[in-house]
Design a protein around this ligand. Structure first.
Ligand code: VG1
Ligand code: CO
Length: 543
């Protein structure tokens, strides 16, 4: 076995976005492309010599080949041990948990999350640090610098290592351990939630549908919900992972998760529905004929988490990403706990969680999590919901109505314009940015803007900064419109418009979101000239 030194020239564009490096699969498969980026990760973390890494992915096309490449490169650069999920599978939260449980130095997760998979779709790679969380901006910046200067990478010349059976072995000097991807994670959930109570719920005839979207949560949900909690066989839909996710986007929103929506909106459907994404870190919750917006879900979980075993002592604080609705802020204020506002992406929650300032975090994009790991966690959120339902004996609809009756309702929607020409999307953002200084104090269609700015963030724990994190317009009375460009796409630009309005009129808490927000939606279009500049007559996704 010989260490080969392979000369390369920089590829350019190897810049991680909101959550790792995402590219078209064919780009990732170009000779030396992935290897050059992996070597850049090693450079960014001062090498892997003597280190222990966790390795796995969401099972999408090219996952297995990428695992072999990373094993050869870790061995060539002197890693001590790599722990791999059997078959190359680890959900993002399970990987985060394993990093923490094993005291590993970090981990690599192969996933483009909610992006579609397949040879003509997307592939992704992200590095998580020793706390189990996404690499900080300082680390990803070093990856970019290294990728721009790279001239060679190291690779051990060795045959493929079989990752199909649990067990220990070696590649050269490096130890390799293949582990069950589900077992440790399921055990952790048992510590956090009242499994007996939830088992009782199912035993009493409670019916649930969980759509795994042919992505990584299939085996996790089947083990936990059907086997350990006793839900009826078939509760988990689309539970067999496929390399192309059955040709769909494993994105938990009402459009891509329409199979679940159909089940939940039928007459006499299940009591509770949920769906996760490609790598298992997101969740969307649906009650009988009732979509729960992720921002509301975060607020409801914050208000009720103390009902579950692992959270009985209460929450230290909560955090949400800036575009997430401010429903959770109202809960935090009422419960007298701190509430932090961070830029989009889980990496910004890490310092707050590590410092013990917050227990629960969430994003409007169907991501919720807690200090049990350092990633958002789809199945964890489903379990917390189940625990709350079991404890209160209430249905999803009742919980939502009583929440709104107590706190008022932050009507909220996100409109996505996907694969817009980059120049056009930039024109929308630039046009609005140019007006920001003049908007405060102005009134449009009867709504007065009280502040307009571009969000920048100073981390209260380590003082690091992030600028240009989205344009915000806030309105008197609690309305808000936020505009930003996605950092996870691989094609053109995706413009995200986040629209929110606060209503506390007891007779207007059950309205249709798109109808209730219609005036604000029209205002967003008018102020940012979206229709005119993008040439689109409406968003691709409303969630
Ligand atoms: C999106 C979401 C963001 C989330 C990120 C990664 O980012 O908006 O909230 O953290 O995806 O989620 P962007 O930059 O496209 O808006 V995942 O589950 O795709 O890793
Ligand atoms: Co994800």
């Amino acid at each position: 076995m010989q260490i080969e030194r392979i000369e390369v020239t920089p590829f350019g564009g190897q810049s991680p976005g909101t959550s790792g490096l995402r590219k078209k699969t064919r780009v990732m498969m170009e000779p030396h492309y992935l290897a050059a980026f992996v070597q850049s990760i090693w450079s960014a973390i001062d090498g892997v010599s003597g280190k222990t890494l966790i390795l796995g992915g969401d099972g999408r096309y090219f996952n297995a080949e990428a695992i072999q490449l990373i094993l050869r490169m870790a061995a060539a650069s002197g890693a001590a041990r790599v722990v791999v999920g059997q078959g190359g599978i680890l959900s993002t939260p399970a990987a985060s948990h394993l990093i923490r449980k094993r005291g590993a130095d970090g981990g690599i997760i192969l996933s483009a999350s909610h992006n579609p998979g397949g040879i003509d779709e997307d592939f992704g790679i992200k590095f998580n640090g020793a706390n189990g969380g996404p690499a900080t901006a300082a680390v990803t910046d070093r990856m970019v610098v290294a990728s721009q200067a790279i001239d060679h990478y190291l690779m051990l010349d060795t045959p493929d290592y079989s990752i199909d059976l649990v067990g220990q072995g070696k590649i050269g000097e490096m130890s390799v351990e293949i582990v069950d991807p589900v077992a440790d994670y399921a055990e952790m959930l048992e510590e956090l939630f009242d499994f007996d109570k939830i088992r009782g719920l199912f035993a009493g005839g409670f019916r649930m549908a969980f759509d795994a979207m042919h992505a990584v949560t299939g085996p996790y949900a089947t083990e936990v919900i059907e086997r350990r909690l006793g839900a009826a066989p078939g509760t988990v839909m689309n539970g067999t992972p496929q390399v192309d996710f059955g040709g769909r986007h494993p994105d938990p929103n009402p459009i891509w998760a329409h199979a679940l929506m159909d089940v939940m909106y039928q007459e006499n459907g299940p009591d509770f529905g949920a769906v996760s994404d490609g790598d298992g870190d997101r969740n969307m919750i649906v009650g009988p004929s009732q979509y729960v917006s992720p921002s509301d879900s975060l607020a409801i979980l914050a208000a009720n988490a103390h009902l579950a075993k692992g959270y009985r002592a209460g929450l230290a604080g909560v955090a949400r990403s800036m575009p997430t609705s401010r429903a959770v802020d109202r809960v935090a204020a009422a419960m007298d706990m701190p509430c932090y506002e961070t830029p989009t992406g889980w990496k910004f929650f890490g310092t707050l969680l590590d410092d013990g300032r917050v227990t629960l975090c969430g994003e409007e994009s169907a991501g919720t999590g807690s200090d049990h790991v350092r990633e958002k966690d789809g199945l964890w959120a489903v379990m917390l919901w189940l625990n709350i339902l079991a404890e209160t004996g209430k249905g999803v609809g009742d919980i939502m109505s009583s929440h709104w009756a107590t706190f008022g309702r932050n009507y909220y929607t996100r409109h996505d314009y996907e694969a817009v020409e980059v120049d056009r999307a930039n024109a929308v953002m630039d046009g609005l940015r140019a007006q920001l200084g003049m908007l405060a104090g102005q009134t449009f269609a009867g709504r007065t803007i009280d502040a307009a700015d571009e969000f920048s963030y100073v981390d209260p724990v380590d003082g690091s900064t992030a600028s240009a994190q989205g344009l915000r317009l806030s309105f008197e009375g609690g309305g808000r419109i936020v505009f930003r460009l996605s950092g996870t796409g691989t094609q053109g630009a995706t413009l995200r418009v986040y629209i929110e309005d606060f209503i506390n009129d007891k007779n207007a808490l059950d309205g249709d979101v798109q109808v209730m927000l219609e005036p604000m939606i029209a205002l967003a279009d008018r102020l940012a000239r979206i229709t005119e500049l993008t040439g689109r007559d409406g968003p691709d996704i409303r969630s």
